[in-house]
Design a protein around this ligand. Structure first.
Ligand SMILES: NC(=O)C1=CN([C@@H]2O[C@H](COP(=O)(O)OP(=O)(O)OC[C@H]3O[C@@H](n4cnc5c(N)ncnc54)[C@H](OP(=O)(O)O)[C@@H]3O)[C@@H](O)[C@H]2O)C=CC1
Ligand SMILES: O=C([O-])CC(=O)C(=O)O
Length: 439
């Protein structure tokens, strides 16, 4: 059983503790304090230091302090026994932003959490709190992640807490980065994956709806991310549907890289790159509207056959090729693309450019079916919100492919009707299409 491991006052590992087991059964993670008392003694207030030296008695003594600051206890060195408020007053910092991350013990999160804590994403004047969601399976690993965050001494990282109950972990979240999902195993039908992971996202949608900040921004990464995001929306009616994103930024980045390689330019010369549709092998990397050095791609790359065939397939299958070489799916570049996706929402989009995100289609200006999550071109004023770009070109090649990826998403939606409150599911996925990471 993957239950919490406690630490003795001297810092040595104890066997799985009954108190932790009981806490895990209740659905919350209680860290037995003191953990690593030397650090705590140095960095906690005098009162806390005294408690730390009192060993087991400390646990009871700290209980009231934990509950004052919310339901979830903070982890280790981030314990709420310090008074950082006077310290924070001397800094020209913004108000704390709370970021919840699911699948926090997984490979993508192992990169992302450190990028978030470094200030690279939200800025060097933005303190953050990280709330990490795991499961009984991953609880020990999650403690390991939190310990590495402690040891990194990030000044902007003010709080870390870990838990296995989304109703606790998502409480007051300003951002929810939903990464955790079961990977598709050999021989597993896409419909089965939709059902298993859909259930996770239905539960997490309900939890967000109940406890997160009413304007929480949600980025769904766990696959199949478009339909998982739709399930989340349907289970979170109090949160604006516009606040939900399915991550297609990795696909955009991959497409920019391929165009730059072909044109013999550095990739910062590629702009206006749209990925249309599903994060799957039906996705459409749009070379009609993309630009290289401000010029239409088709003026720079005259090989239309390459654009229509090789370019498109390379982007669609990039994740699978990487898995064949690496033996595991993209983690670092996915993390970078999550960072890019967040930055695109919190900084104004450069004049004339746009970015791709899987967003809710209702009210879209392109004639794409309503009520699905579809990757489209977006612009932001940097306030966390976005608007769709309306002045895009469309031709038969592009439209035909958009209709194919749209059909796939509409079919996926029918498969999860039981999770979206739309009746009985009927799953007829004609082509068992792949995630980009599958081949
Ligand atoms: N949209 C995109 O561009 C991309 C999406 N992805 C997707 O991101 C997700 C996470 O990838 P990655 O971090 O590499 O994966 P990992 O396998 O490293 O981590 C995934 C986490 O998911 C959690 N999980 C939740 N439910 C289950 C379940 N039923 N069975 C097993 N694990 C579960 C596990 O954590 P715990 O036990 O704590 O719940 C696990 O740590 C995957 O769905 C992947 O397909 C990957 C790359 C790109
Ligand atoms: O299939 C996966 O898990 C990986 C994936 O989404 C990608 O590489 O784009």
């Amino acid at each position: 059983m993957g239950l919490s491991t406690a630490y003795s006052p001297a810092g040595s590992r104890l066997a799985t503790a009954p108190l932790a087991a009981a806490a895990a059964r209740r659905g919350s993670v209680q860290h037995l304090r003191p953990r690593r008392p030397l650090i705590a003694t140095v960095r906690c207030s005098v009162d806390a230091a005294k408690q730390v030296q009192d060993g087991a008695a400390t646990i009871a003594a700290q209980e009231p302090a934990r509950h004052k600051t919310g339901r979830l206890p903070r982890f280790g060195v981030f314990c709420p026994t310090y008074d950082l408020t006077s310290d924070d007053k001397t800094k020209s910092w913004k108000k704390l932003v709370t970021i919840a991350v699911s699948g926090a013990a997984g490979m993508i999160a192992n990169h992302l959490l450190f990028q978030l804590a470094s200030g690279e994403v939200f800025g060097q004047d933005q303190p953050i709190a990280l709330k990490l969601l795991g499961s009984e399976r991953s609880l020990q690993a999650l403690e390991g992640v939190a310990m590495e965050l402690e040891d990194s001494l990030y000044p902007l990282l003010r709080e870390v807490s870990i838990g296995i109950d989304p109703y606790e972990v998502f409480e007051d979240a300003d951002w929810a980065l939903l990464i955790g999902a079961k990977p598709r195993g050999p021989g597993m039908e896409r419909a089965a994956l939709l059902d298993i992971n859909g259930q996770i996202f239905a539960d997490q949608g309900k939890a967000l709806n109940t406890v997160a900040s009413p304007n929480v921004k949600v980025i769904v990464v766990g696959n199949p991310c478009n339909t998982n995001a739709l399930i989340c929306i349907k289970n979170a009616p109090n949160i604006p549907a516009k606040n939900f994103h399915a991550l297609t930024r990795l696909d955009e980045n991959r497409a920019k890289c391929q165009l730059a390689l072909k044109a013999g330019v550095f990739y910062d010369k590629v702009s206006n790159m749209t990925i249309w549709g599903n994060h799957s092998t039906t996705q459409v990397p749009d070379f009609l509207n993309a630009k290289i050095d401000g010029r239409p791609v088709k003026e720079v790359i005259k090989d239309t056959k390459w654009l229509e065939e090789e370019f498109t397939m390379t982007v669609q299958n990039r994740g699978g090729v990487l898995i064949q070489k690496w033996g595991r799916s993209s983690a670092a570049s996915t993390s970078v693309s999550i960072v890019d996706a967040i930055k695109s929402l919190v900084t104004p989009t450069p004049e004339g450019d746009w970015f791709s995100s899987g967003v809710y289609t209702t009210g879209n200006p392109y004639g794409i079916a309503e009520d699905i999550m579809f990757s489209m071109p977006c612009r932001s004023k940097g306030d966390g919100d976005y608007e769709l770009v309306s002045d895009v070109l469309m031709d038969d090649f592009l439209w035909e492919r958009i209709k194919k990826t749209e059909a796939e998403l509409l079919a996926e939606k029918k498969c999860v009707a039981h999770l979206t409150g739309e009746g009985i599911a009927f799953c007829d996925l004609r082509e068992d299409t792949m995630l980009p990471g599958e081949m």
